[in-house]
Design a protein around this ligand. Structure first.
Ligand code: SF4
Ligand code: SF4
Length: 117
């Protein structure tokens, strides 16, 4: 599964530097697959979508820090526990019930993000 940040976020900035996948973004900041990953040019996401990794996408939130689920591996392959949830002072990094994935899928996502393609 991926992690999601709820509207209880106090924008403290503690989580963003902890993410090994650059999946966390500041409010009102554009995101891309290429940020902090090995992805570049046209790539196929684990869900089978053809995307331009370098394309800048609109922010998901202009109020709170947010997580791109396609880039969140729940820290699998790097850490035993989700690092954002570990450091968050208000416990607002929680399981995203809309993005449930197996450990195998999460590890495949980690490989996808960090392998030259
Ligand atoms: Fe990043 Fe890990 Fe949090 Fe996912 S669980 S957003 S990979 S720090
Ligand atoms: Fe928001 Fe928690 Fe991240 Fe701080 S650590 S910015 S409160 S999600």
């Amino acid at each position: 599964m991926a992690i999601i940040i709820t509207d209880e976020c106090i924008n403290c900035d503690a989580c963003i530097s902890e993410c090994p996948n650059n999946a966390i973004y500041e409010p009102d900041t554009n995101w891309s697959y290429a940020d902090g990953s090995a992805l570049k040019g046209m790539v196929k996401t684990p869900k089978g979508l053809e995307v331009d990794a370098n394309e800048e996408h609109d922010p998901i939130s202009d109020e709170f820090f947010y997580i791109i689920s396609d880039k969140c591996t729940e820290c699998k392959g790097f850490h035993d526990k989700p690092q954002c949830a570990s450091v968050c002072p208000v416990d607002c990094c929680i399981i995203d019930e809309n993005h449930i994935e197996t450990e195998t899928e999460l590890l495949a996502k980690k490989t996808w993000l960090h392998s030259e393609n």
